[in-house]
Design a protein around this ligand. Structure first.
Ligand SMILES: Nc1ncnc2c1ncn2[C@@H]1O[C@H](COP(=O)(O)OP(=O)(O)O)[C@@H](O)[C@H]1O
Ligand SMILES: [Mg+2]
Length: 263
């Protein structure tokens, strides 16, 4: 049976879909068979980030309604043959997709894949419950901003009520220059506040704004290294944390901090 990981947050816009897409690609680069399931039903961001929106023939609602078999709704990635996406329903009516039929779909997928990655919607309503109840492990994504951390704290408390094997923490969009200057919370600060050891720390990087599926591209950048380390931590249970402040230490680092402040 494969592992079923849900990426959740409470607050929207912190990078859940971006993390799902890129960690999914990284896990498939590491040799795993991976399927990503978009539980943000109605908004279908995952197939857009994965550049698959034009390939969608069937979606999760068609599977639930018996219009197609589960296998027919899966879209295979063009670059990574061991990576698939199950797209979400393209309409806002989510009534037919109950927590129990969502769970039965992810359970079935876990028999044929090493990883089932579930992209959770923002908020803590029924969409959150549907996504989390189907998972065996949860990863809370937050940015180092107080509103995101506060929402992550609420989500952590809710997750404790589910029979999960592991709850991890991903601190996304860390600005090394601001951490060095004491202007941004560190992953350590956030970890202490949330009482959860980080599984990974990901720098704020414009490369992601330009190419949201950055792991697919050959461009070498900080964020790719950090996501690969994070995916290795997920698969091996290790805790190697990418140091986002590396580039901003020493004489040249201080110069970089000054230059970044100017723009
Ligand atoms: N590490 C990062 N550096 C820079 N931009 C990022 C990073 N992670 C996510 N983003 C950007 O933040 C925005 C929201 O990300 P998204 O994954 O859609 O969030 P969510 O799924 O939590 O709503 C997107 O424009 C994405 O490109
Ligand atoms: Mg999203």
């Amino acid at each position: 049976m494969g592992r079923k990981l849900v990426f959740t947050s409470g607050k929207g816009g912190v990078g859940k879909t971006t993390m799902c897409a890129n960690i999914g690609i990284a896990l498939s680069i590491l040799g795993n068979k991976v399927v990503m399931v978009d539980a943000d039903i109605g908004l279908n961001n995952l197939d857009v980030v994965m550049c698959m929106e034009n390939k969608v023939t069937y979606d999760i609602a068609d599977v639930v309604e018996g219009k197609c078999r589960l296998k027919q709704a899966l879209i295979q990635d063009a670059d990574f043959p061991s990576l698939y996406v199950l797209p979400s329903f393209h309409n806002y009516d989510t009534a037919n997709i109950t927590a129990s039929n969502f769970k039965s779909i992810t359970d079935t997928l876990s028999t044929g894949f090493d990883y089932v990655i579930i992209d959770c919607p923002a908020g803590i309503d029924s969409g959150f419950h549907r996504a989390v109840a189907a998972a065996s492990e949860a990863y809370v994504v937050t940015t180092p901003h107080i509103s995101a951390v506060r929402d992550a704290d609420k989500v952590m408390a809710l997750l404790n009520g589910y029979p999960l094997l592991n709850i991890g923490l991903i601190v996304n969009r860390v600005r090394g220059d601001m951490v060095v200057n004491g202007e941004m919370m560190t992953a350590g600060d956030i970890s202490r506040l949330l009482k959860c050891t980080p599984t990974g720390v990901v720098p704020d990087d414009d490369s992601i704004s330009i190419k949201s599926d950055i792991m697919r591209h050959t461009t070498e950048c900080e964020v790719k290294q950090a996501i690969m380390i994070l995916a290795e931590n997920i698969s091996s249970g290790k805790r190697h944390i990418y140091d986002c402040t590396n580039d901003y230490r020493g004489i040249f680092g201080k110069l970089k901090v000054k230059i970044r402040k100017m723009f």
